[in-house]
Design a protein. Structure first.
Lengths: 367, 367
């Protein structure tokens, strides 16, 4: 008799996540797929429910980042077949609505997010149900089979641990950092400022570099994070905050940066971000806003733009980022500074919470 | 002895503008030019001080839109020579700072705006001093002399009244409507919604059309304005406001417009504008914000962007709009629905205030 239960991380309340046995999910509609999770991880945004009440529902599965192998597909699933290696982006997206068609599937009108409370849809688990699979999944096996990516492994069986870590970031943090850079309209020769030295901010630095920024100022006061920022392309590190940070960026840039990436979402960070762009600069924001005020007048006279939101990571993976990772051109997986088993997920949360690790990788199974 | 005084419109307070004799301005620095004004006009934004106190300083000249002929230049002025026909955009811009170099000269770090209170720098006058002439003026004579604009008049002496009206809009309203459309990222095949049926909103419709929008929904409840909107390219007219307007746009578009042009600046208009874009839409805003709230969270989850501010009309004139006007391809001057002499400027304000005219043209002198 085959296995019918799996290990799954369940949220119970502040500083209380537990790994429990739950039923392995099945497709519920012809559009669903199920995957066996190979790698998952803990996100900075998972720390919001971990630190405070009233964000997630107690007793529901958590986690929204995963890669894995398809084990079951509903009758209408065409995006992937059983055995394919896939990335599961954090947004569930129908692929058919105006948002999806415009490339903003992360604001899908019929979708949602993994780890949003539905049974079987938490990524920090051994198996995962993927609703709206055709609009949600990124098929890595298919990309490899096309055979046109220089330097790519022959098949998913040949993926190194490093490659798996790089691929996992495409389910959220690398795509989210890229969304910050795209939203901020970074282009060749630009000076970009990046707020946030967590995994997303660091991926923002890497993305600004990919989009051609010639100078990248990373706001960081942690040497281990600043080191990765430098490796990803940061040319300057600014540890100051608030008005001191504004003064320092003005000293470095003259009249402010051409583009500003806001990868925190706190009121202080956003307030500072609004002041360091030159006239006409756009703030690309991807940090969930917490108490943020957007001033209508001060931004108006300086022609400061604000764009961004939940990142359409599937669009970016398919457009560019999957090729960059498979060819070995970028290594966003460097943001993972420690590895855990599925049973150790509660410890991974505690280590993230205490800032002992930048981002916690969880090895769930092998390819 | 040559004339030493001129007629100039002076602001005294709510509903009190007077045409008085003032000294003809002279260059004050080697970078200044003086022009004899040929056409000027009254702007919707002039109605703010006309209607309320504490906006402009009583006793100072008003008006920020003009075209005319250069009569004096300081030693460092290279952009135009005495006798050249020029457009004077509403922003004074140095041409050298980071804002100007980035094409946002309307947020110049060393500039300001005409009609901002300095003696000799109000456009509703017979003569006008232009500070920072090299960074501010658009030289129409030079564009004509290049001889590469199909259908353009041979020289400024051949300009019709219609052409003069069209050119005058490039000093503000047409460039401002264009800024709304560019900021909203209108592109080929888009559905655009335009808030505001004043001169700027109408020019926003025309600009959305220029940028390739295939469907343009104009929010208008005035038949005379809706008629011009249709002439400029509007495909649908929506007279509703507030939630009814949102419902109507959703009915027309399914899930919201691809681009939203906000050409009013009031709290109600902006609030509605934020609700009618599809996920990922950008609000291009050019209306001076009055009591506007920008919600940080609601815009985040829908990936709604906000861009815009005072329009870099010089950049747009030089990039594209001057050619469009000189070739007769567009007629933004249609927004002028009545003409006045300089002595009649107080009546022009009263007529604008009472909405008896859309935009008031003032004939100051002949070319």
């Amino acid at each position: 008799m085959s296995k019918t239960t799996m290990k799954s991380t369940i949220y119970y309340g502040p500083r209380d996540v537990r790994v429990e046995e739950r039923p392995i999910p099945e497709p519920q509609t012809p559009e669903d797929a199920v995957i066996r999770v190979v790698r998952t991880c803990v996100c900075g945004s998972d720390l919001w429910p971990y630190r405070s009440k009233d964000v997630n529902t107690p007793g529901t599965p958590i986690g929204h980042e995963s890669i894995g192998v398809v084990t079951q597909v509903g009758a209408d699933v065409t995006v992937a077949a059983v055995g394919d290696f896939v990335i599961v982006p954090f947004p569930i997206s129908c692929g058919e609505c105006a948002a999806c068609k415009a490339g903003f599937e992360s604001s899908c009108l019929n979708g949602g997010y993994f780890g949003g409370g539905a049974e079987g849809e938490g990524c920090q688990s051994e198996y995962l149900r993927v609703p709206h699979a055709n609009g949600t999944i990124v098929n890595v096996s298919q990309a490899l089979a096309a055979g046109d990516i220089p330097g790519a492994p022959a098949s998913s069986k040949a993926f190194s641990d490093e490659m798996l870590a790089d691929l996992l970031t495409l389910s959220d943090v690398m795509g989210t950092g890229y969304h910050a850079a795209v939203s901020a309209e970074v282009t060749s020769g630009y000076t970009a400022v990046v707020f946030g030295d967590g995994a997303v901010g660091l991926c923002g630095v890497l993305s600004a570099k990919l989009l051609g920024a010639s100078r990248i100022i990373a706001m960081s006061r942690h040497e281990n994070r600043a080191a990765i920022a430098r490796e990803f392309g940061a040319t300057d590190i600014v540890p100051e905050r608030g008005d001191d940070a504004v003064a320092r960026v003005m000293e470095l840039t003259g009249a402010g940066a051409d583009a500003v990436l806001e990868c925190v979402g706190s009121a202080q960070s956003f307030d500072t971000a609004l002041k360091v762009g030159r006239p006409g600069a756009v703030i690309g924001r991807v940090g969930l806003p917490h108490g943020v005020q957007l001033p209508a007048e001060a931004t108006f006279y300086r022609n400061i733009g604000i764009k961004g939101g939940p990142a359409p990571v599937r669009t970016y993976a398919r457009q560019r980022l999957l090729r960059e990772v498979l060819s070995g051109n970028i290594h966003p997986g460097r943001v993972f500074t420690n590895t855990y088993t599925i049973d150790e997920v509660p410890q991974a949360y505690a280590d993230m919470d205490a800032r002992r690790v930048i981002k916690a990788l969880v090895t769930v199974s092998e390819v």
